[in-house]
Design a protein around this ligand. Structure first.
Ligand SMILES: [Zn+2]
Length: 200
């Protein structure tokens, strides 16, 4: 899709180009004033950009929060992934093989398999964590994270609630956002493979 067309799709949401308060990254801490009123709303930023992304939208009807305790996922994901997804952990930087993943496809939640990011929004941020400038619309939820000295915006899989990462306002065009994701919280499905069934 050409850039002009894509940007026009974003226009109604005013994209997220201005998030002036969210100027620090996974490990780029600075002081400072977070404008909570500008907290990202993942429903506003991106429309499907590939045929595969359109197929992903077949999952939209399944985005209902699962009524399931986090402990039920212990037998489904690795211990390290569980610690990130359900205990809000962070993997070491430059530890994820997904940093080098450059194929077309879809990044799905490692726990419940809900598609979260199209490969077309992945970019090299230089932070050491897989980074994206937009998720699939409505597939993520957000919350305010005050665990560090600075307030951050945490985001998670809207279906299973599994923590994925934090979103910052220093990303590239067209959204200006950087979704800084733990690789262990994701699974990559190449375009040539079918998306996995959603786990329940
Ligand atoms: Zn999930």
């Amino acid at each position: 899709m050409n850039r002009r067309r894509f940007l026009s799709r974003l226009a109604t949401g005013a994209a997220g180009a201005a998030l002036p308060g969210l100027l620090f990254g996974c490990n780029r801490s600075r002081s400072a004033g977070v404008d909570r009123s500008a907290a990202p709303d993942s429903t506003r930023y991106v429309s499907p950009v590939t045929d595969r992304d359109l197929a992903v939208h077949a999952f939209d009807a399944e985005i209902t929060k699962l009524d399931k305790p986090a402990s039920d996922w212990t037998s489904v994901v690795s211990e390290d992934a569980y610690q990130i997804l359900f205990e809000v952990g962070t993997e070491p930087r430059y530890s994820s093989p997904l940093l080098d993943e450059k194929r077309r496809g879809t990044f799905v939640c490692a726990a419940c398999h809900l598609p979260l990011f199209p490969s077309t929004t992945k970019y090299e941020s230089g932070t050491g964590w897989p980074s994206f400038w937009a998720p699939l619309p409505r597939h993520l939820g957000t919350s305010v994270d005050n665990k560090l000295a600075v307030t951050r915006t945490e985001y998670h899989c809207r279906r299973c609630g599994g923590h994925q990462g934090h979103v910052f306002g220093d990303g590239p065009d067209p959204t200006g956002l950087r979704y800084c994701n733990n690789g262990l919280a994701l699974r990559f499905i190449p375009e040539s493979e079918s998306l996995p069934d959603l786990r329940r």
